[in-house]
Design a protein. Structure first.
Lengths: 116, 114
């Protein structure tokens, strides 16, 4: 079974600073996707960034970037120039490619607080 | 694109009662998922539909739970004889059939069983 582990229940960052959220996963598959989702308080979960396992280049979306280490099964999220609106729960998630359903397996989440 | 819509937003029920939640996915999405999220945890997969066919069910989905997606459009999730342990946020998500397409989540239905 696949598992996703987020070892940081809470993180705090000063506005405009950079923060890195950690994620590790366990799988025997070689072809999969990794995701970071953001869930603001009382609001819906939205996709932040996606990484295909077959791509060596780390994904980047504006202030968000990932450090994907396939051999180490590590997938961290870096948020640069943190903004107050970045405060939320962040979930790392995994999905096998080419499998019926392709359901996501989520980690337990990291609560990010942004200090003004 | 009006997003994934879930109703009701909140439901409070007494133990032993039946409840039903509704999810309206994004119209062109043929894949629909139900997840359960307890406080402070990540969502856990419950079940998956491709069009009207229910193709996957988690072991979390006991026989008190049933889900349908008639005509491959909206979906309902029913919980019979609710228990306090059923209290959670029930999330619906949908996506298109393209392998790399992301899940789009609704706002969820928060169930409280008293």
């Amino acid at each position: 079974a696949q598992t996703v582990t987020q070892s940081q229940p809470e993180m705090s960052v000063q506005e405009a600073e950079t923060v890195t959220l950690s994620c590790t996963y366990d799988t025997s598959e070689s072809d999969y996707y990794l995701f970071w989702y953001k869930q603001p308080p009382s609001r819906q979960m939205i996709l932040v960034i996606r990484q295909e396992a077959y791509k060596q280049q780390n994904a980047t979306e504006n202030r968000f970037s990932v450090n994907f280490q396939k051999a180490a099964k590590s997938f961290s999220l870096k948020i640069s120039d943190s903004q107050l609106g970045d405060a939320a729960m962040y979930f790392c998630a995994y999905r096998i490619r080419f499998v019926s359903g392709n359901m996501l397996t989520f980690g337990g989440g990291t609560r990010l607080m942004v200090k003004p | 694109d009006t997003g994934v819509s879930q109703n009701p937003r909140h439901k409070i029920t007494k133990r032993g009662q039946n409840v039903t939640f509704r999810c309206d996915p994004i119209s062109e999405h043929n894949r629909l998922y139900w997840y359960r999220q307890t406080l402070g945890q990540g969502p856990e997969f419950l079940t998956y539909f491709q069009n009207e066919a229910q193709l996957e069910k988690s072991r979390l989905l006991s026989d008190r739970f049933s889900a349908e997606r008639p005509k491959g459009s909206f979906s309902t999730l029913e919980i019979q004889r609710t228990e306090q342990g059923d209290s959670a946020m029930y999330l619906c998500a949908s996506r298109s059939g393209q392998g790399h397409s992301p899940l789009h989540f609704g706002n969820g239905t928060r169930l409280t069983v008293t």
